[in-house]
Design a protein around this ligand. Structure first.
Ligand code: GAR
Length: 190
């Protein structure tokens, strides 16, 4: 059984959904949840789910090997970014080549890049008059939101939609498809 680590900066509803999905699935388990914010609600979710968690600061993330060592001490095989907003440093990319996945709440390359996260993305979709939005699940590289795409799923956007209603539709897609796509990627590992 493979071990997953999840990085999350905020609420962590995706982290919880993924952890719950794999709790009854023999492919993998979520073994560690990491956050760059000590007050992130995702840490309370981890505690409630009985999953080990860790908090780190910018220096620890970008300087030295502490994060890679922590992942390796936990025997982590695969890394998931679920609402995590920092660019992943080279040493982590090299330690997990093509084994780090991110979810973005739009149809990339639309509405991606630095500073584009959560509700800002949904607001941009509405302001652009887009007729659809969705999710992009992609491998992580050294740039924001530009690694190879694993899957995209779409929802219609109508003139009645607000950032909140688009967010709700996009979250529903995330909960349904992100765990399945992670499972497929993990299935390809040796
Ligand atoms: C999710 O919608 C995810 O797609 C988005 O943050 C939200 C986290 O929600 N990620 C990004 O915007 C990355 N640029 P959650 O904390 O409840 O899982």
């Amino acid at each position: 059984m493979k071990k997953i680590a999840i990085f999350a900066s905020g609420s962590g509803s995706n982290a919880e959904n993924i952890a719950t999905y794999f709790a009854s699935n023999d492919t993998a388990r979520v073994a560690l949840i990491l956050s760059n914010r000590a007050d992130a609600p995702v840490l309370q979710r981890a505690a409630r789910l009985g999953i080990e968690s860790a908090v780190f600061d910018r220096d620890t993330f970008y300087k030295g090997e502490k994060i890679v060592e922590l992942l390796s001490a936990h025997g982590i095989d695969y890394v998931v970014l679920a609402g995590f907003l920092w660019l992943v440093p080279d040493n982590l990319l090299k330690a997990y080549p093509d084994k780090i996945v991110n979810i973005h709440p739009s149809l990339l390359p639309k509405h991606g890049g630095k500073g584009m996260y959560g509700d800002r993305v949904h607001r941009a979709v509405i302001e652009s008059g887009d007729k659809e939005s969705g999710i992009t699940i992609h491998r992580v590289n050294e740039f924001y939101d530009s690694g190879s795409i694993i899957a995209q799923y779409r929802v219609p956007v109508t003139s009645d939609d607000t950032p909140e209603t688009v967010a709700a539709k996009v979250h529903a897609l995330e909960y349904k498809y992100f765990p399945i796509e992670i499972e497929k990627e993990i299935g390809k590992l040796q």
